[in-house]
Design a protein around this ligand. Sequence first.
Ligand SMILES: CC(C)(COP(=O)(O)OP(=O)(O)OC[C@H]1O[C@@H](n2cnc3c(N)ncnc32)[C@H](O)[C@@H]1OP(=O)(O)O)[C@@H](O)C(=O)NCCC(=O)NCCS
Length: 177
Amino acid sequence: MARTLLTADLTAAQREEIRHLLDVAFLGNFSDDDWDHSLGGLHFLVEEQGTIVAHAAVVQRSFLHGDRTWRCGYVEAVAVHPDRRGQGFAADVMDAAEDIIDRSYDVGALSASAAGRGLYVARGWLPWLGRTAVLAPAGLTSTPEDDGSTFVRFLADGPHLDRAGTLACDFRNGDVW
Ligand SMILES: CC(C)(COP(=O)(O)OP(=O)(O)OC[C@H]1O[C@@H](n2cnc3c(N)ncnc32)[C@H](O)[C@@H]1OP(=O)(O)O)[C@@H](O)C(=O)NCCC(=O)NCCS
């Protein structure tokens, strides 16, 4: 079972430990912008003997779809230590993240890595079928490189976005999705 902590509740040592886990799990491909995207919301942690072995974060983003904005719980920085994979720890942090998303947001979304794709599909996350875009400073800009890796999650009795339509995220530094 995962612990849930606000970014504001993390100690400096916990921040450092999570960042280190992400650097190891993503083989050095986790940038400072990626880290920045993981902050400001909630963190889900699995610890073994006092060591953080799995992490996910959910941050709030504003998405444009149809003629309105949607409050999105966006999943970031899902990682399990390479020595601890295949034991359900990613499932533990995703259980906690999805519970928060289902109770707080209109829609859940994430950008799946090649390694993460199977995990999300197995958990019922749905690929976005239409175009993705970003509300960039210059205006609405397509993000075709993200069309195949964007996944969403809706509550059975909540609002359903038209997955064949265009989904635009808010702008941020680094990878926008
Ligand atoms: C992706 C990652 C978090 C999965 O960690 P893990 O410890 O293997 O995941 P779990 O053991 O909790 O797996 C949970 C379930 O998902 C399934 N699963 C996990 N990864 C999968 C994959 N790549 N393809 C298909 N199914 C997968 C498992 O079989 C398991 O199913 P089960 O409960 O029916 O047995 C881990 O490989 C990782 O840290 N990768 C590097 C960082 C990364 O790419 N993160 C994803 C960012 S989007």
